[in-house]
Design a protein around this ligand. Structure first.
Ligand code: FPP
Length: 240
């Protein structure tokens, strides 16, 4: 049987447009989006996906209207409050990546509480990207590596791919095999630029609030038919 991907990353897009198309405020779309987060986390668990990384709030999202940022922050707190019990019941561990020190304290504390409560769960890791951007992450990596070199903790001659990866926020997880973006946009928008070097990309026109477990399972099934060559020839891969 084809292997289940270990790590799937998702750019959840289209909440605002989904709501507007229904004559509603953008926030209504985010509320529906939370429902999809719950469904897809369940789907990842059912499929045996070890890591699910969701792009919930980008560095650039801080530039949205103040009201929307505040409403999103409140929604994050409420969601974590409501969902921690279910995460534990489903053996899901919560982690975050991103510049979380920029988050308002109640949001940061709520996430820390949930991470602590779920840290021993051994099923799917739900990894939420919060105040995250790949350029922020890469800049941090450069800063930390140069500090460690300066302090004699790292020899500049020994810096290679795996050393760089060990300075990334995703150091504890494999690179994603699949990246999904919903809502018909064909952009990466500053997400996991280092980690997606060999990732299979899936762009679907479905808006995030409408994205279903079936859509998710179909993408996994399609991935299982794709041949990943990592720069080698098809013949070389067949021999492995
Ligand atoms: C993109 O839609 C969505 C967001 C920027 C926010 C996503 C956040 C949630 C669904 C809440 C997640 C909660 C947890 C706990 C992970 P958009 O507003 O960019 O839509 P648009 O492109 O149509 O304007």
């Amino acid at each position: 049987m084809a292997a289940v991907p270990e790590h799937i990353a998702i750019i959840m897009d289209g909440n605002g447009r989904w709501a507007k198309a229904r004559g509603q405020e953008r926030f209504y779309g985010h509320i529906q989006g939370v429902q999809t987060v719950r469904n897809i986390t369940e789907a990842a668990t059912e499929a045996g996906v070890k890591y699910l990384t969701l792009y919930a709030f980008s560095t650039e999202n801080w530039n949205r209207p103040k009201d929307e940022v505040e409403a999103l922050m409140k929604l994050l707190v409420k969601t974590i409050e409501n969902e921690t019990e279910r995460l534990n019941a489903n053996n899901v561990r919560l982690t975050t990546i991103g510049d979380t020190m920029r988050l308002p304290e109640p949001v940061r504390l709520k996430f820390e509480e949930c991470m602590k409560s779920t840290e021993n769960n051994t099923g799917t890791t739900l990894n939420i990207a919060l105040s995250y951007s790949a350029r922020w992450e890469i800049t941090e990596m450069a800063r930390k590596i140069s500090q460690d070199v300066k302090n004699g903790l790292l020899d500049s001659g020994s810096i290679n791919d795996s050393v760089v990866a060990s300075y990334m926020t995703t150091k504890a997880m494999p690179d994603p095999e699949i990246l999904i973006r919903t809502s018909g946009e064909y952009r990466i928008s500053n997400f996991l630029l280092w980690q997606i070097a060999y990732t299979e990309l899936y762009f679907t026109p479905v808006m995030w609030p409408d994205f279903t477990k079936e859509d998710f399972f179909k993408i996994i099934a399609d991935f299982q038919t794709r041949e990943r060559r990592f720069g080698k020839t098809g013949e070389q891969i067949e021999k492995i």
